[in-house]
Design a protein around this ligand. Structure first.
Ligand code: NCD
Ligand code: ZN
Length: 378
C-alpha cells in the first residue's frame, strides 16, 4: 500500500516532473531523516554535524562515545553539544539514544523517555563493533529494562551480530537472528525493535516476516558495495564497516527490500566518520562516512532499480512511522544533472581528514532545493 493512502497527509509537490521523455529529472520529497547516525564528539562532531543537517531534519544519534552515553543526563549533555556544533541557521533535531549496559537503570530510561530526551535505546553485544566494550554479555541482566521499554513503547535499536570468535564474521548477523534476536523478541513481544544496518538476506527475511513491531534500517553503502569492494585487487579500508559487507546476493536482497515500498525498511546511513589515520592502519577502524553524498547515492540506486518513486517512503516516511513521529513538514528536491555531481574526496576536521564514501560510479543526482517547516527555504 502506498504510504500516503489513508494517512490524510498531503504530498509535497507530488512525486515527480517528467521531462525529456521517460527520464525522471526532478523529484521533490518530504525532508528525510537518518535513523542511524554517528556524529562523534569534539573536532569530528564539529566537522560532520553540518554534513547531515544540510539534508536531514532528524537523526537517531548513536551513543557509542568513549565513555558511552549511558544515562538521561549524558544524553541531554550530548544533545547540547550537537546543537552547539550545528552551523548557524541549521534546523536539525538530534534524536538521542542511550547505550544499554548490564547496569542500565530502568527508571532512568523511563524518565529519559518521558522527558522526551531519548527516542531509543541501543543494544551492542559486548565487543561487536567500535566502542562496544561496555555492551551486553548476559542478556538476562537487561530483561528489566526491556520490560520497561515494552511498557512505554520505547524502541530497542539492535546491532545484530554475535561476537563469538568461533563464528565466521560473514555469518555473525544470521547467527545473531537465531541465537539472540528471536528469543529476545519472543520474550518481549510488545517491544518495538529496529534491527540496524541489515546486511544479509537472512536479516531482510527476518525483518519482513517477524511478528510484532519489527523494522530494519539499511545503510547507503550496503546498497552499493559487496565484499569484493573491500578485498579484491587490494584491501580498501574505507569500505570496511561493521557489519561487514557480504556477497552480492545479499546486497541485491537489500536493494530489493529498500526499493520494495515495505514500510518495515528505511534509511539508517550508519555514517561513521573516522579520521584517515585510523582507517588506513594495520588495524583499521570500521565505518564508512556517507553523510555528505548519501542522497545522491540513494537516488542513483533507486533509479537503477526503477523505483525512484519509492525513495520518499524509504528516506522520509517509514522511519517516522516506526518511531511514532510525524514525517517532516519540509521538502527537498533531487535533480538529475547532465554531468556528474562533484563531491570532495575528503572533508577536513581539526583531528585530520575524513574520507567520504566513494560509490565507485559517477553520481548524477543532487539536492538542489529544499524547504524546512512550512515552506521556509533551507
Ligand atoms: C560504527 C562506528 O564506527 O561507530 N562502525 C561501523 O562500522 N558501522 C559502529 C557500528 O555502528 O557498528
Ligand atoms: Zn553504526
Amino acid at each position: 500500500m502506498h504510504p500516503f493512502v489513508g494517512t490524510g497527509i498531503p504530498r509535497p509537490n507530488s512525486v515527480a516532473d517528467r521531462q525529456s521523455g521517460m527520464t525522471m529529472m526532478k523529484l521533490t520529497i518530504r525532508r528525510p531523516d537518518d535513523w542511524h547516525l554517528h556524529l562523534r564528539d569534539g573536532a569530528i562532531l564539529q566537522a560532520v554535524a553540518g554534513e547531515t543537517a544540510r539534508h536531514f531534519d532528524r537523526a537517531i544519534i548513536m551513543p557509542n562515545l568513549v565513555p558511552p552515553v549511558r544515562t538521561a543526563a549524558d544524553a541531554s549533555a550530548y544533545r547540547d553539544r550537537i546543537l552547539a556544533a550545528l552551523p548557524a541557521g541549521a534546523a536539525f533535531t538530534p534524536l538521542m539514544t542511550l547505550y544499554l549496559t548490564e547496569d542500565t537503570d530502568p527508571a532512568d530510561v523511563a524518565r529519559a523517555h518521558a522527558e522526551g530526551i531519548v527516542h531509543a535505546v541501543k543494544l551492542y553485544p559486548a565487543g561487536a563493533t567500535t566502542n562496544s566494550a561496555s555492551g551486553v554479555r548476559d542478556f538476562d541482566r537487561i530483561q528489566p529494562v526491556l520490560e520497561t521499554m515494552a511498557k512505554i513503547g520505547l524502541t530497542l535499536c539492535v546491532h545484530g551480530e554475535v561476537t563469538d570468535t568461533e563464528v565466521d564474521i560473514f555469518d555473525r548477523e544470521a547467527v545473531f537472528l537465531d541465537r539472540v534476536l528471536e528469543p529476545l523478541r519472543q520474550r518481549n513481544p510488545e517491544l518495538p525493535i529496529t534491527l540496524e544496518h541489515v546486511t544479509t538476506r537472512e536479516g531482510v527475511d527476518y525483518v519482513r516476516d517477524a511478528p510484532g513491531r519489527v523494522a530494519g534500517t539499511i545503510t547507503t553503502h550496503h546498497l552499493i558495495i559487496n565484499r569484493n569492494h573491500i578485498l579484491a585487487g587490494g584491501i580498501r579500508p574505507h569500505y570496511y564497516c561493521l557489519p561487514v559487507a557480504k556477497r552480492d546476493t545479499h546486497r541485491r536482497a537489500l536493494v530489493d527490500a529498500a526499493t520494495s515500498g515495505n514500510p518495515r525498511f528505511f534509511l539508517g546511513t550508519d555514517s561513521a566518520p573516522h579520521v584517515d589515520a585510523l582507517k588506513e592502519s594495520g588495524c583499521g577502524c570500521a565505518g564508512c562516512f556517507t553523510a555528505t553524498n548519501t542522497l545522491s547515492c540513494l537516488a542513483q540506486v533507486f533509479e537503477a532499480a526503477g523505483a525512484l518513486e519509492r525513495i520518499e517512503g524509504f528516506a522520509s516516511l517509514h522511519g517516522p512511522a516506526h518511531y511514532g513521529l510525524a514525517p517532516n513538514a519540509g521538502s527537498i528536491t533531487l535533480t538529475r544533472q547532465e554531468t556528474p555531481v562533484a563531491y570532495p574526496a575528503k572533508i577536513d576536521s581539526k583531528d585530520g581528514p575524513i574520507t567520504l564514501f566513494d560509490p565507485g560510479f559517477d553520481l548524477f543526482w543532487s539536492v538542489t532545493d529544499g524547504t524546512h517547516h512550512h515552506g521556509e527555504t533551507a
